[in-house]
Design a protein around this ligand. Sequence first.
Ligand SMILES: Nc1ncnc2c1ncn2[C@@H]1O[C@H](COP(=O)(O)OP(=O)(O)OP(=O)(O)O)[C@@H](O)[C@H]1O
Ligand SMILES: [Mg+2]
Length: 305
Amino acid sequence: MIEVKSLSRHYGHLKAVDDLSFTVEPGQVLGFLGPNGAGKSTTMKMLTGFLAPTAGSARINGHDVVADSLAARRCLGYLPEGAPSYGEMTVLDFLLFVARARGIPAREVHTACERVVDRLNLAGVRHQVIDTLSKGFRRRVGLAQAIIHDPAVLILDEPTDGLDPNQKHEVRKLIAEMASDKIIVISTHILEEVQALCNRVMIISQGRLLADDTPAGLIARSRYHNAVTLAADDVRRIASVLSELPEVARAEVKEGELTVFPAGAGLFDAVSRSVAEHGWAVSELRYEAGRLDEVFRMITQGESA
Ligand SMILES: Nc1ncnc2c1ncn2[C@@H]1O[C@H](COP(=O)(O)OP(=O)(O)OP(=O)(O)O)[C@@H](O)[C@H]1O
Ligand SMILES: [Mg+2]
C-alpha cells in the first residue's frame, strides 16, 4: 500500500508538489496525469526516495520513504523519466549489477536476469553497450531493471514514451499482466493508455490534485458523454431537423460533423430513426462515450471544449 499525506516539494518559491494526499491499494493501476511541469515526476521521485519532501510524508507498505528509506525502496521498482542507466555497460552486465545491488541471492541472479531479458525482448541486444541502443531498447532496459526483483510496488515515469506502436502494445501487455497483485503507478501523456491500463486516474496541475476518479468516471464528465455524432454532406440541414426532437438538447456543427447532445435517454435510437425516415446520406453515425482529452483540458485549464 502507498500512503501519501500532505506531501509537498518546493523549489524556492515554486510549489512543484503542493499538499498531495492519497492512498493506493494492491490491484490498483494508478494513472498519473497532468500537463508538463505539473509535478508528476517530482512526486514519483519522492515516493521512491530519490528526493526529500519539503513537507508531508509517504509510506510504502508501511515504511516511511525518508525515515525507513531502504526498507521502502526494497518494495519498489522505479523507472525514472527518460530511463537513465549506466550507458557504458552492456545490457546483461547492467542487469546483473542491478540484480546484485537489489540483493538477489548469487545463485538466482542469472535466472532473474534471463527472466527479464525474456520478458522485455532483450535477448538480441543482451551483449550490446547500452549507449549504443535505440531509445526504445533503452526504455526496455529501464523497465527490465525496474522489475528484476519482482517488487510489490512499481513506479513508472512515462514507461511507453518514445516506443514504437508495437513496443507500446508489448509494454502495456506486460503492465497489465503484472497488475493483479501489485500496485502500479504510471505517469503518461497518452490518454488512451490510461483507458487501456488504469483503473484509477489522478489529474494534477501545478502540484495540486484536481481529480481522482476511474477512467469511466472521468469520461462521464465529458460534455460529449452520451452524445451522438454524425457525418453527412448536409449536416446543417440535418441539425435543424434533429434539433426539434424531444431527445435533443442542442446541436453543434464542427469540422463538418454534427453532434447532438442528449436531453434525456434514447438519443441514439431517436437519431437513427430520423436518419432512416428522412433517407439522409449519412457516412458515419456514432455514439459518444465521452472524450478524455476534453475532460483533461477542462480540468487542467478550466476549458470546456
Ligand atoms: N531541481 C529542480 N529545480 C527547480 N525546479 C524544478 C526542479 N525539478 C523540477 N522543477 C520544477 O518543478 C515543476 C514540476 O516538475 P516535474 O518534473 O515534476 O513535472 P512533470 O509533471 O513530471 O512534467 P512533465 O510532464 O513535463 O514530465 C516544474 O515547474 C519544474 O520546472
Ligand atoms: Mg515528468
